[in-house]
Design a protein around this ligand. Structure first.
Ligand code: ARG
Length: 304
């Protein structure tokens, strides 16, 4: 852990999470099934999807955040889940870079060139850990900056080898946690950083060693049962002291409110039909190396 990290987040929430990229849901539908929630016979309603997506933007803006929007490719129905387009970071000197995702499933690989174009247009240096099915898979919904390290889930989507690439390319500490639950196939379904010491964690998402290591990493965990996590309550975003959530079981709400968070629920029922909620639909653009991630020469990977 870098001693240069400041601890403001302890009282005020995360330092990042005020600026997001989202993809306009013009072509959102369920065309294939790559997670247990997708069902070709249960298609999202187009108008309701759009209303729900607009409500997320409203909630982010009301909490003091802002959103940039990228159009959706007609042939990429899952592209609405912007979190998976890549891992954007601001360098200590302010220059932006992104590690583009290398999706596990061929059906989503068409999204990466579109993400690449958007990030290029916005001045980002672009990294890849593999492309077009060659090399390690990495899906950005598996990666979070937290307490100076990059906390990464691997197994269903991101591959273990991808962690090494991330550590080397970025020069940071990557902590890997093995996901074993088929319904929590991305890190952002079983883990949600809340501030400098608190995070929601669902141990049932991981193998025993990883669950224990993740709980040991979080000073003040809000431990979710499998049932609670399957409401997608960890698939939430934190904008200052506001948490924008797709659902919030009563026990979880009580703890979050006791910690001083304001909970805003946005119904994203249509997006649950393809297995994603609020975190999946948003990608934070304001994570900073040197503030949120501690530089480590050459990078390193720590596995549970
Ligand atoms: N249908 C998408 C997939 O399976 C959902 C992605 C959810 N995104 C996330 N960050 N968890 O890839």
């Amino acid at each position: 852990m870098g001693s240069e990290l400041h601890t403001e987040g302890l009282e005020t929430g995360l330092d990042w999470g005020r600026h997001y990229l989202m993809v306009e849901p013009n072509h959102f539908r369920v065309d294939y099934t790559i997670n247990p929630f997708m069902n070709l016979n249960d298609q999202p309603d187009r108008h309701r999807s759009r209303e729900q997506w607009i409500a997320i933007i409203g909630a982010v803006e009301a909490a003091g955040g802002s959103v940039d929007v990228l159009p959706q490719l007609p042939a990429a129905p899952d592209m609405v889940y912007a979190m998976n387009l890549g891992l954007p970071l601001q360098d200590a000197d302010g220059s932006p870079r992104v590690v583009l995702s290398h999706m596990r499933y061929r059906q989503r690989r068409i999204e990466t060139p579109a993400a690449d174009a958007w990030f290029a247009e916005h001045g980002y240096l672009r990294h890849t850990v593999g492309a077009d099915g060659v090399g390690a898979h990495f899906e950005a919904g598996d990666a979070f900056a937290w307490r100076g390290d990059l906390v990464v889930g691997y197994g269903p989507r991101t591959e273990e080898l991808g962690l090494k690439h991330l550590a080397n390319e970025l020069g940071v500490t990557v902590r890997g946690f093995r996901i074993t639950h088929p319904g929590m196939y991305h890190m952002d379904l079983g883990f949600c950083p809340l501030d400098g010491t608190r995070a929601m964690v669902c141990p049932a998402a991981y193998d025993d060693d990883s669950a224990a290591a993740l709980l040991a990493l979080v000073p003040d965990p809000l431990v979710l049962s499998e049932e609670e996590a399957l409401t997608f309550c960890a698939n939430s975003i934190v904008v200052g002291k506001t948490i924008v959530m797709p659902a919030c079981p009563g026990r979880v709400r009580a703890q979050l409110e006791e910690w001083g968070f304001t909970i805003v629920i946005v119904d994203v029922s249509e997006f649950l039909k393809a297995g994603g909620a609020i975190r999946c639909l948003t990608n934070p653009l304001d994570v900073r190396i040197g503030r949120d991630l501690a530089p480590v020469a050459g990078g390193r990977v720590l596995l549970a």
